[in-house]
Design a protein around this ligand. Structure first.
Ligand code: ATP
Ligand code: LTN
Length: 327
């Protein structure tokens, strides 16, 4: 199956990004033809610093290799290296409703209360749909917050196909069973996020071990004492249980059972330790990979070449079916 997913180069990546998305990328590269894209073009839709975008893009590419994406198992590239993504977004805007974009919750949330809301923030989901559709994608591994955007991509594929003739495969989102929505450790009713969350409640993949332990130690838990998985009733504790389940590779009921007669303090200590262990080898590999920028850029050039080749026929079909005179 063809797999495609994208990840933004803004903000330091956190354990929510790892559990909700990156972990799935690493799994899906094994059995499928997988493409992963650092979506740098998406990063200019909110206020940003050019130097920061530049550095973060390379940081993120190095991190993705460090968590386990392998150059010989998948294709990793930068969105701006394949100009077809920007072109596809423009072409797809012809079948995108203005009202439809206005209903996107991410647009509403990220635009709210801002002095300046860019047109790019509004059209962001069209660019994302193009990313996916250009690759005849079967499945899109993402976290829960991307459901609405995936729905839009499916919708645009169907609308384009019926207006201009069969061109795109209609993709399907895949969401992890555990950890599709990791919550902020300080405000466990909000999703963990570098843009909208609390710094103390956001555990970064590259946080030093002591910082990770401290963030978990000070996590907000719920009333009562029993370590039980019940997201509606006990959002804080349930979030920690999910993280521990993933970090230790233990199913949720077994995690619960192992805390019989023990309290929240033990849970916080254990989950902190498990996450330190999980991230330690990744942090080590990251330091090595990030230090060799020439090699990193070489790998990304190879990835872009493959991505260009794979997406070019679909882009050409789009132009043709829409009636453009080809050169
Ligand atoms: P942030 O909210 O931190 O700014 P984001 O969602 O805007 O991040 P990306 O970094 O591009 O943007 O997200 C990459 C992937 O991580 C997406 O698939 C997204 O669904 C997933 N993801 C983001 N936050 C979480 C979370 N708290 N829990 C699970 N998955 C998440
Ligand atoms: N909007 C996504 C990032 C993204 C994406 C994609 C995800 C851009 N293009 C294509 C999957 C497929 C987000 O996580 N914020």
């Amino acid at each position: 199956m063809r797999v495609f997913s994208g990840i933004q180069a803004t903000g330091a990546k956190h354990i929510g990004n790892y559990i909700g998305a990156m972990r799935q990328y690493v799994e899906t590269q094994e059995e499928n033809d997988a493409f992963f894209c650092v979506v740098d073009l998406h990063s200019i839709t909110s206020d940003y610093d050019p130097q920061d975008l530049h550095d973060r893009t390379l940081d993120l590419a190095a991190l993705l290799y460090a968590v386990g994406l392998a150059p010989d198992k998948c294709t990793l590239f930068l969105q701006s290296h394949v100009t077809g993504h920007a072109e596809a977004a423009w072409l797809l805007s012809a079948v995108t409703g203005f009202g439809q974009l206005g209903r996107m919750t991410q647009f509403k949330e990220k635009g709210e209360g801002k002095d300046f809301v860019s047109a790019g923030l509004f059209t962001y989901p069209v660019l994302m749909a193009g990313d996916i559709l250009l690759y005849q994608t079967d499945i899109v591994p993402v976290g829960d917050d991307q459901r609405q955007h995936i729905e839009l991509a499916r919708d645009l594929a169907e609308r384009f196909n019926s207006r201009f003739g069969q061109t795109f495969k209609v993709p399907r989102g895949v969401f992890p069973e555990v950890g599709a929505r990791i919550m902020d450790l300080q405000e466990p009713t909000k999703k963990m996020s570098t843009t909208g969350g609390t710094p103390q409640g956001t555990v970064l993949v590259l946080d030093p071990p002591d910082v990770i332990r401290k963030k978990f130690k000070t996590a907000v838990t719920d009333s009562g004492r029993e370590v039980r998985y019940a997201p509606d009733e006990k959002p804080g504790v349930s979030n920690l249980i999910e993280i521990l389940s993933v970090a230790s590779g233990t199913a949720i009921p077994e995690v619960e059972a192992s805390y019989d007669g023990r309290g929240y303090g033990d849970l916080k200590g254990d989950v902190g330790e498990a996450v330190v262990q999980l991230f330690a080898p990744m942090q080590e590999r990251y330091a090595e990979l990030r230090a060799d920028e020439a090699e990193l850029r070489r790998l990304l050039r190879v990835g872009a070449e493959k991505a260009r080749e794979t997406s070019a026929p679909t882009l050409a079909d789009m132009y043709e079916r829409m009636g453009f005179v080809r050169p």
